[in-house]
Design a protein around this ligand. Sequence first.
Ligand SMILES: O=C(O)CCC(=O)C(=O)O
Length: 291
Amino acid sequence: MVSVVLGRARRVLREGMRSLRMRMRRRMSLEQKAVQLVAQATSADTSLRIPDADGYLGFDFGSRPGDGVALAGLHDLARSWMNDPERLTGKMPKNMLRAADLAAHPDILRLSLRDDVLAAVTEYLGQVPRLYTLRLWWSPPNQTQRGSQRFHYDHRDSRQVKLFVNLGDVTEESGPLHFFSAADSEIINQRVGYSQGRYEDEDVFRAVPRERLHPAMGPRGRAFMLDTGRCLHYGSRGNILDRLILMASFARVNSVDPGHGCHVLDPVRDRLAAELFPGDAVRGFVLTSPR
Ligand SMILES: O=C(O)CCC(=O)C(=O)O
């Protein structure tokens, strides 16, 4: 009896070891591929660069004529989605994007995976990233201070980049994303302590003055790439007006916390890679599932 139980336990252990080894090998080869594709991803347009000490870059995403028009179209589309109560569920900021929208409105993915963005993210991460999540966020007027409305870091990896694009004007009244540079965030970590939870404003502002906080404001097309793992941030707080932004989250393929998937992207990743970007090895890689 004992030998039967022991035999079974050994078999289970061996299977476990084998699947662990296979997973590790798969992750290794994925990482090799992510590094191999760097030259291709950074050859098309290197006009944007995220400075390492800052951990963020503000830039004008809408200055290319076609893209300015596409952003205006996306803004109008998002406004029309506000009449659909099913799109307005969930916590703040409210994601209105659904998987079916990506094929119906290919500009959403085309803009999120623009050459200059992919090159900058690739250079910052040292490898071609995966697109983990994609959102079209609406922040309605509110006076709450919960979840991402409080200072926090994201924890997918030691480095990650989120692209935030204003779809309409974002002013102080529209609850903009606010963030500290990576260098100032490091000072906060040293004085307050690094936490995977939420920070109190008073602790943060005792360490670094409020004046050094950056609001991600600006007209339609103003955009930011931000390492939300290194830059302390919050958003959608104290809105008097509403805010509409496009958000794409990138991280290394072998990130520490791959998360629980993305209901907007996962059902359509492979199909859209083939349909929208045929023969494009970089975007094919960026779009495949992180797990
Ligand atoms: O802009 C917002 O509403 C919050 C964004 C945020 O905290 C995040 O993306 O991690």
